[in-house]
Design a protein around this ligand. Structure first.
Ligand code: UD1
Ligand code: MG
Length: 462
């Protein structure tokens, strides 16, 4: 596949989105739209992939940080053919095929790109365009064929005659070109009469009569080639993505109480016998084990959850690892780099950040745990706070195995509590506690017998 380069068109603003963000970085199920396109192209990234950037180029570069792609600038966005012309210099001497993909087609799959490429090479064509028969063609370029079915040209919606608008075969905006033939043709493309832009689809009519000719390759699933130009189309893409993921999960043995209200991203994996309640959002590279239940209103991103764990309503979990048989929530917030070991429990209104909660340990209510290492079988009382921040730096707390922390304790870091120690409720702990010690960090209580009654009767007389 050495004689193949990919070009992704991503320089446009996306005016119809009415957004400050460039269209191709709008999030789709939590990832930038263009990331999906790059993913589809991944098997073909062998040689070089050029991404044409222009409007807010930095945002697009940022969205693709770490990807093995090269960026080419299109300073003024004068149309899709003009975008491709910007890549000519970078591709000087390249004589192979170009796979050209729009950055706004997030449902495209590698399998479809593969069939396009095969069709192109089998026919020895100069250009092969991916098309689809769709029920609602409005907004797309239409495929114009001869009476014998030969591909003649592509006409944009704005320039189409009323008859042409009746055509339901659309241009997906995805093509294979012989690079040399394409760059030749691009020299002769004229600006469109209506928009004044240089249209890449016009290359089809120009290459048609040359040796090799042009052809269309129809996508099997018309939903795959949907482009996103408006918020309505973006909403539709989400609906299709969620639906596809939900149907897949059902076949894999996951119970969804309401598949229409389950929001699972395409890279998420869930084991069998797990149950998702309505309004659960799972994003990024999240992996959920077998027999785990996630209740309503949870959002989990880039996290791993083990087997037989229960996550109660309203939890937010990010970049964290949760073991087997754990219980989380309701309303817990697990921030990045949290690890709950087997059978750990993090309960109501608890926030945990960059901390380990050891096997069988419990943090059941109203607590903040940050930069802390909690051992096994520890119990953290309600309202406990690790004071990890002194206004300048973060400090560590260590709580060893079998410690019992009474309610409403403040552990001022850096501090460590030795194995088996007990912290009295309401303590402020500023010094390390030795193993098996009982630590009091509060004023002693004084009871003044009868004092309250005397106080009340005095007040009444006044
Ligand atoms: C384009 C096709 C249309 C096709 C549709 C499929 C043209 C003229 N029309 O229309 O036939 O049915 O895609 O979705 O190509 N871009 C640039 N530089 C530019 C203009 C656009 O890089 O100067 C990029 C955009 O960022 C976008 C892609 O090219 O990712 C397509 O542009 P867009 O404006 O969405 O074209 P459509 O109107 O959808
Ligand atoms: Mg588009």
């Amino acid at each position: 596949m050495n004689d193949l380069c990919a070009v992704i068109l991503a320089a446009g603003q996306g005016t119809r989105m009415r957004s400050k963000l460039p269209k191709v970085v709008h999030p789709v199920a939590g990832l930038p739209m263009i990331a999906y396109v790059v993913e589809a192209c991944r098997p073909f990234l062998a040689k070089r992939t050029l991404v044409i950037v222009g409007y807010q180029a930095d945002r697009v570069r940022e969205a693709l940080a770490g990807e093995a792609v090269e960026f080419v600038s299109q300073l003024n966005q004068q149309g899709t053919a003009h975008a491709l012309l910007q890549a000519q210099e970078a591709l000087v001497g390249f004589d192979g095929d170009l796979l050209v993909v729009s950055g706004d087609t997030p449902l495209l799959t590698s399998a479809t790109l593969d069939s396009l490429l095969r069709a192109h090479r089998e026919a020895g064509a100069l250009a092969t365009v991916l098309t689809a028969e769709v029920a609602e063609p409005t907004g797309y370029g239409r495929i114009v064929r001869s009476t014998t079915g030969e591909l003649l040209r592509i006409v944009e919606e704005l320039e189409a005659t009323p008859q042409e608008r009746q055509l339901h075969e659309i241009n997906a905006g995805v093509y294979c070109f012989s690079a040399r033939a394409l760059f030749d043709a691009l020299q002769t493309i004229r600006p469109s009469a209506v928009k004044g832009e240089l249209y890449l689809p016009d290359a089809i009519a120009l290459l048609r009569n040359r040796d090799g000719g042009v052809q269309a390759c129809q996508a099997l699933d018309p939903d795959e080639v949907r482009g996103v130009n408006t918020r309505t189309e973006l909403a539709e893409i989400h609906r299709l993505l969620w639906r596809k993921a939900a149907l897949q999960l059902l076949t894999e043995g996951v119970t969804l109480l309401d598949p229409e209200r389950t929001y699972v991203g395409p890279s998420v994996r869930i084991g069998s016998d797990s149950i998702l309640y309505p309004n659960v959002t799972l994003e990024g590279q999240t992996v959920i084990g077998d027999g785990t239940t996630i209740h309503s209103g949870c959002r989990i991103r880039n996290a791993t959850v083990g087997d037989g764990t229960v996550i109660l309503d309203g939890c937010i979990i990010q970049e964290s690892q949760i073991g087997d048989g754990c219980q989380v929530g309701p309303y817990a917030h697990l921030r990045p780099h949290t690890q709950l070991r087997q059978r750990a429990k993090v309960g109501n209104f608890v926030e945990v950040k960059k901390s380990v909660v050891g096997e069988g340990s419990k943090v059941p209510h109203l607590t903040y745990i940050g930069d802390t290492n909690i051992g096994e079988r520890v119990n953290i009382g309600a309202g406990t706070i690790t004071c990890n921040y002194d206004g300048a730096t973060k400090h560590q707390t260590v709580i060893e195995d079998d410690v019992f922390v009474g309610s409403n304790a403040s552990l001022v870091a850096p501090v460590s509590v030795g194995r088996g120690a007990i912290i009295a409720a309401g303590s402020t702990i500023t010094k390390d506690v030795p193993a098996d010690a009982l630590a009091f960090g509060r004023a002693r209580q004084i009871n003044k017998t009868g004092f309250a009654a005397t106080f009340r009767s005095k007040r009444q007389k006044e």
